[in-house]
Design a protein around this ligand. Structure first.
Ligand code: PXG
Length: 288
């Protein structure tokens, strides 16, 4: 059975799921998106993802032509139609088809696209051995130019960083902000452990406020671990006791080397491993 894709109220077979070449989502990256997971048929943190989608849309003056309740129902229906229990959901809202030229007022009809598929996970080995990062020269977008808090369809900033990382043999890349502080990776937030505390850059560092990041902060709080959202430098990363990344696709993945420097003994640390186990329970036990 062909995968069904939701486009603005109707379901289409994958090969027939098409939008206009005049859509400003394509022409200018004018739109917003979300990447969401479902575990055992239940969408993880649906409300938070929808809130972030609506915030992103508001930031770019885009009105999503449905309510959050309707969107939640459409997501559930897309999962159900495709028989996907453990999967990945991509929600995209574009400005819609318009004329050539930037003016969004010439686009009348924002498109809402929901794609679900089975998730392609990072290799299991990465979670046991940890991954290696490299700091790339592409800095995160200046927040006054295009706020990294907006999950927009214009991901070139992250893609350029990703290419730099891949060329250096790293599947994730560490991005600094315009002040030289640690911001985040291309599709993941970063955490450090230092003397038992959890450290992560604050939203003012110019990051996407990850939903996995938020869940990890909550889990750490429940374990009595102090979480400090403070500006961090590369130096803080190099001297960290532990380091890990968080994201919808990656969940929690240990980092064992940054810029060729091993983090401590170069193996995933105990707090990282404990949080990984607790995150696994949180997602697989259906309590969102
Ligand atoms: N920073 C950036 C720049 C991201 O794009 C995260 C952090 C982590 O946020 P969440 O809310 O996922 O914990 C992201 C999320 C994809 C894909 O298809 C990318 C993300 C999420 C899901 C899928 O590349 N990025």
């Amino acid at each position: 059975m062909a995968l069904k894709v939701f486009i603005s109220g109707k379901f289409y077979d994958k090969d027939d799921a098409k939008i206009s070449v005049f859509d400003h989502g394509l022409l200018y990256g004018d739109g917003v998106f979300e990447g969401i997971r479902s575990y055992a048929g239940k969408v993880f943190r649906m409300r938070q993802h929808l809130d972030r989608l609506w915030d992103s849309a508001k930031a770019i003056w885009l009105t999503i032509p449905m309510t959050k309740e309707e969107m939640a129902a459409a997501i559930e229906e897309t999962l159900r139609l495709n028989g996907i229990e453990d999967g990945y959901i991509r929600v995209v809202v574009t400005r819609g088809a318009g004329t050539l030229g930037l003016d969004p007022n010439r686009c009348s009809d924002p498109r809402v696209i929901i794609i679900t598929d089975h998730i392609s996970l990072y290799p299991k080995e990465l979670y046991e051995k940890g991954l290696e990062l490299i700091t790339v020269s592409t800095i995160r977008n200046h927040p006054a130019a295009l706020s990294p808090r907006i999950k927009s369809l214009n991901y070139l900033n992250n893609i350029l960083a990703k290419i730099e990382g891949l060329q250096a043999g790293c599947i994730e890349a560490l991005m600094l902000n315009h002040k030289g502080e640690v911001a985040e990776c291309t599709g993941d937030n970063i955490f450090l452990v230092r003397r038992g505390d959890l450290l992560t850059p604050p939203k003012e560092a110019g990051i996407l406020e990850g939903i996995t990041r938020e869940a990890v902060i909550e889990l750490a709080g429940e374990s009595g671990i102090t979480v400090r959202e403070i500006p961090l430098t590369k130096h803080d990363v190099y001297i960290a006791d532990e380091c890990f990344l968080t994201g919808t696709a990656a969940e929690i993945v240990p980092v064992v080397k940054v810029d060729s420097r091993p983090i401590q003994d170069g193996t995933p640390g105990p707090i990282t491993r404990d949080l990984m186990a607790r995150f696994h329970r949180l997602t697989r036990n259906h309590c969102t």
